[in-house]
Design a protein around this ligand. Structure first.
Ligand code: AMP
Ligand code: GLY
Length: 417
C-alpha cells in the first residue's frame, strides 16, 4: 500500500513512524514533512491547504491512502478534494470537520446528541458577552468560535481580561468552568463504526505545575493509571457513538479521527472540546503503545469497512513524550537555532527512546528549529516512571539554544509527587 501523509509536525512524524513500521506499507510519502520525517518517508513539497494540489500529488504518487494530519487542511476541505479524486482518505469532510472548526457547531451537535458538556452561550454582541460572563461568574471560560491554533481559549479569574478576549472575537462561546483532570480520548471512525484508542493526558500550560500560558501541548503520557477502568466504555456510550450518529443523521458523516477532550468532574465526565484529527502530542504516546499495524486501520476507516477491523492490540508498556520548545514559545518563538544531540540519541543503545520532529528543517548539514514546538522526545518503558526516565535522559542529550521544556510530564501519574 502506498500512503501519503499531509502535514509536517510531530504528530505526522509519529504517524509516519508507525506507518513505516507497517509491513503492508510499500511506499510512504509525507508532504510537506520536516527534517525528521525525511528519515522515514519521502518528502514532497505541497501547500497543505490546497485541496487540488494535494489531490494532484496523491494521484501522481498513485497513493492508495491519504492521511490528513492537521485541522486547517481538513476545515479547508482537503479531504473532500482527495475523495473527489477517487482516492481513499483518512480525515473528515470540511462539513464534518466543523466539529473542530466551530465551537458553536460542536455545542449544537452535542446538544442534539445529548452529549454532556459545559453549559454555554454563543455571543456576538458586547451585551450578550456581559450577560454570559455574569451568568457563569469566575473562573471565566471564553472561546473564540473559530480555529485559533490553541490560542482561542482564555480561562481566567480576571473579568476585564475575559471581556477583552471576548470582544476581540467575532463570535464567542462563553461557558461554565469545568473542574477536574483532563483526558484526551481518540476514536477512529468511518462514520458508523467507532473504535476507541487508549486514553492519554496532555499538558497544555507552558510551565511546570500547570503554570504559564496555554500552548499547543508540552507533553503527554499514556496509560492513565488513575483513571476509572470503565472510562473508555463510558465515553464511547455517552460521547463518541452519539456524536458520530448525530453527524450521520445530519447527512454529514464524520470519518477519520474524532478527538474528545474531556474533563473528569465531580458531577461526571464532560466534553471540553472536540477535534477532528489526531491530537499533538497525545498521538506520540498513543501510537507508541499500539501494536496493531496502523495502515490497515486507517484504510478501513477511509473505506467505510471499520466493522471488519479486528480488535486493536495494545502493548502493556507505558509511553511518555516531552516537548522541547523554542525560546519565547508560545509568544513569539525564535527559530533558526541549530539543534545538536539528535545523532547521540539515535545512536544510544535504547531503541525505546526516540525523537519526533515538530518544527525543524535542514540547513546544509545542520537541523535547525523552524517553529514553536521543535521536538517531541518519546519513550516507552514497563511503567510510566521508566518511560519518563528514558524520555528525560534523551531530552538531556539534546541541545538547542534558549529552548524550554517541562520537567514534570507524567510525574504525578508515575507517583513521583
Ligand atoms: P480547548 O481549546 O477547548 O481545548 O481549550 C484549551 C484548554 O482550556 C483546555 O485544555 C482546558 O484546559 C481549558 N478549558 C477549556 N474549556 C474549559 C472549561 N469549560 N473549563 C475549564 N477549563 C477549560
Ligand atoms: N493536544 C491538544 C491538541 O492536539 O489540540
Amino acid at each position: 500500500m502506498k500512503v501519503l501523509v499531509i502535514g509536517g509536525g510531530a504528530r505526522e512524524h509519529a504517524l509516519c513512524r508507525s506507518l513505516s513500521l507497517d509491513p503492508a506499507v510499500s511506499a510512504l510519502y509525507c508532504a510537506p514533512g520536516n527534517a525528521g520525517i525525511a528519515d522515514v518517508a519521502t518528502l514532497r513539497p505541497v501547500d497543505a491547504l490546497d485541496g487540488d494540489a494535494v489531490a494532484t500529488l496523491a494521484t501522481e504518487l498513485l497513493a492508495d491512502l491519504v492521511v490528513v494530519g492537521p485541522e486547517a487542511p481538513l476545515v479547508a476541505g482537503v479531504a473532500d478534494a482527495v475523495r473527489a479524486a477517487g482516492i481513499p482518505v483518512f480525515g473528515p469532510s470540511a462539513e464534518a470537520a466543523q466539529l473542530e472548526g466551530s465551537k458553536a457547531f460542536a455545542k449544537d451537535v452535542m446538544a442534539a446528541a445529548g452529549v454532556p458538556t459545559a453549559r454555554s452561550y454563543v455571543c456576538t454582541t458586547p451585551e450578550e458577552v456581559d450577560a454570559a460572563l455574569d451568568a457563569f461568574g469566575a473562573p471565566y471560560v471564553v472561546k473564540d468560535d473559530g480555529l485559533a491554533a490553541g490560542k482561542g481559549v482564555v480561562v481566567t479569574d480576571d473579568l476585564a481580561a475575559a471581556r477583552a478576549h471576548a470582544l476581540g472575537c467575532d463570535r464567542v462561546v462563553i461557558e461554565e468552568y469545568l473542574d477536574g483532570p483532563e483526558v484526551s480520548l481518540f476514536a477512529i471512525t468511518d462514520g458508523v463504526t467507532v473504535v476507541p484508542l487508549q486514553p492519554a493526558q496532555d499538558f497544555k500550560r507552558a510551565l511546570d505545575g500547570d503554570q504559564g500560558p496555554n500552548t499547543g501541548g508540552m507533553g503527554a503520557y499514556s496509560p492513565l493509571p488513575w483513571a476509572d477502568p470503565k472510562l473508555v466504555d463510558e465515553v464511547m456510550e455517552l460521547v463518541l457513538q452519539p456524536t458520530v450518529d448525530e453527524l450521520r443523521r445530519r447527512g454529514t458523516p464524520f470519518s477519520g479521527l474524532l478527538y474528545a477532550g474531556l474533563a473528569i468532574t465531580g458531577r461526571g465526565t464532560r466534553v471540553i472540546e472536540f477535534n477532528a484529527r489526531f491530537g499533538d502530542p497525545e498521538t506520540q504516546v498513543v501510537l507508541a503503545r499500539l501494536r496493531t499495524p496502523l495502515a490497515g486501520v486507517l484504510l478501513n476507516a477511509a473505506n467505510g469497512t471499520l466493522d471488519a477491523q479486528p480488535p486493536l492490540v495494545w502493548r502493556d508498556d507505558a509511553a511518555v513524550t516531552v516537548v522541547i520548545a523554542s525560546h519565547n514559545y508560545p509568544e513569539t518563538p525564535r527559530t533558526g537555532d541549530r539543534i545538536e544531540g539528535l545523532i547521540e540519541v539515535a545512536a544510544e543503545d535504547e531503541p525505546d527512546a526516540y525523537v519526533l520532529h515538530a518544527g525543524t528543517r535542514r540547513e546544509g548539514d545542520a537541523v535547525v528549529s523552524a517553529g514553536g514546538r521543535v521536538l517531541s522526545v518519546t519513550a516507552t518503558g514497563s511503567d510510566l516512571a521508566q518511560a519518563r526516565e528514558k524520555a528525560y535522559t534523551a531530552v538531556a542529550r539534546i541541545r538547542l539554544d534558549g529552548s524550554q521544556h517541562r520537567t514534570d510530564i507524567a510525574a504525578k501519574a508515575a507517583g513521583l509527587g
